[in-house]
Design a binder for this molecule. Structure first.
Ligand code: INI
Length: 164
């Protein structure tokens, strides 16, 4: 019979990193808090969650790459905020940031989650960073744990079933 593989939200034993942009810091700090809460909820101890700051969302990917290459992390979450009303190059920042982060994941094999709030208005950004539309940092942490635990299913000695 074919097999079905799934990750879980049991983050015990995982080492995680949060990469946070300082741009729109008043929003991003709520995403950082959300991401920390998400990891805590999944049983990742506080001491196993590192935090790195970068100037803006365009720098998230490089810092994530450096952290991924260190070999110290099972999963990373990138948090940031891009608001259309506040920038003339909104589309460029969003697409380059997203592309960069997904490339790091693909190139390193480590889950790197894009938890950047991209909105038309400040009000929408507030909604997605802990008020009525949830917290993208929290969601990102859960996605990171699910992806890291999924990866473990394929790692020898950590849950992979031998081929018959
Ligand atoms: N960075 C963001 O994270 N959000 C933004 O809304 C934003 N705007 O408005 O331009 C932004 N720009 C900075 C960019 O990410 C880089 O830090 C900067 O261009 C230096 O490389």
């Amino acid at each position: 019979m074919s097999q079905i593989f799934e990750g879980s939200l049991d983050g015990s034993g995982l080492r995680a990193g949060i990469v946070a942009s300082r741009f729109n810091e008043f929003i991003v700090e709520n995403l950082v808090r959300g991401a920390k809460r998400g990891f805590r909820m999944c049983g990742v101890p506080e001491g196993s969650v590192d935090l790195a700051y970068v100037p803006g969302s365009l720098e998230l990917a490089l810092a994530a790459r450096t952290m991924a290459d260190s070999g110290n992390y099972d999963a990373l979450v990138c948090v940031g905020c891009v608001i259309r009303g506040a920038t003339s190059h909104y589309d460029l920042v969003c697409s380059e940031a997203a592309k960069g982060v997904s490339q790091v994941a693909a190139q390193t094999g480590i889950p790197v989650i894009f938890a950047v709030v991209t909105t038309e208005t400040i009000e929408q950004a507030i909604e997605r960073s802990g008020s009525k539309a949830g917290n993208k940092g929290y969601d990102g942490a859960l996605a990171a744990v699910e992806m890291a635990t999924l990866a473990r299913r394929f790692t020898p000695g950590k849950g992979r079933r031998p081929k018959k």
